[in-house]
Design a protein around this ligand. Structure first.
Ligand SMILES: [Zn+2]
Length: 139
């Protein structure tokens, strides 16, 4: 898929991966922070700007689990509903279908927001917090 990545995408991706301490949310394998092996996988495509930077729309998945997710509908859809809960997936669908506009000019603020959230996660890790460290979603 060739949707151009912006700084907002980069900081959002970093937050999603740091949230699980660089651990795949399907197979449980942990990665180095700098590894390209762990992806920020969008549950519904980044084409949908109303949920492109919504934390409920993203999971940290390793290359292999990301490939499985993208290549195996409807099984991956069933898996997602089990993972998030059917209600959460419904909310995502509603947000996805919303006609609200997310202007380009907002992306600068989104990048700034996730840069700050990333700092908070990293601070928690430095203080020895393990497991999931949640962050505030912009959308
Ligand atoms: Zn995995």
């Amino acid at each position: 898929m060739s949707i151009k990545r912006t700084p907002a995408d980069d900081y959002f991706s970093k937050c999603v991966r740091a949230r699980t301490n660089y651990t795949c949310e399907r197979c449980g394998k942990q990665y180095d922070k700098s590894s390209a092996g762990l992806h920020c996988s969008h549950n519904f495509s980044r084409r949908h700007r109303t949920i492109r930077w919504c934390k409920e729309n993203a999971l940290a998945l390793c290359f292999s689990c990301h490939s499985w997710y993208e290549g195996n509908p409807p099984d991956s859809g069933v898996w997602l509903e089990e993972k998030l809960g059917i209600g959460a997936v419904e909310i995502l669908r509603e947000k996805m279908n919303s006609k609200m506009k997310v202007p380009k000019t907002e992306e600068k603020d989104i990048a700034k927001h996730y840069r700050e959230e990333l700092k908070k996660i990293e601070k928690a890790r430095a203080n020895g917090v393990c497991g999931i460290v949640e962050f505030e979603s912009w959308q």
